[in-house]
Design a binder for this molecule. Sequence first.
Ligand code: FES
Length: 128
Amino acid sequence: MTGRLSQVRVPTAGIAAGDHRLFDFERHGEELTGIAYKDPTEGWKVYVNRCPHVNYSLDFGDGELLSDDGKFFMCMSHGAFFLPESGECFMGPPRGQRLEALPFHVHEDALLVDILPEPAEWPNLPEL
Ligand code: FES
């Protein structure tokens, strides 16, 4: 595994099960956001907020990326749907591709997220 570039602390207070928080980070000089999602059954999941279709963030800069029923991530640009528990797109242009997961660990009231170099396989990430 390639070494981490940096680490970001994401406070978890106030994030209910099924909800998320976006956080900012920088990688290779690029300003990006991440998604810290609290899955109701599987616990925390962390992804880069970047669609494998056209490299846009899923939201329009307003943090809104859940489908109307709150069950899925939705890319607001072209309507792709992703499974929050795996990051896999199951409907829309990047179907079969997935969001880039970021490693993390829980420390007290926060997630410590490791920022790794962009995977060579992006946007065709292998199944986890
Ligand atoms: S940019 Fe996400 S579906 Fe097109």
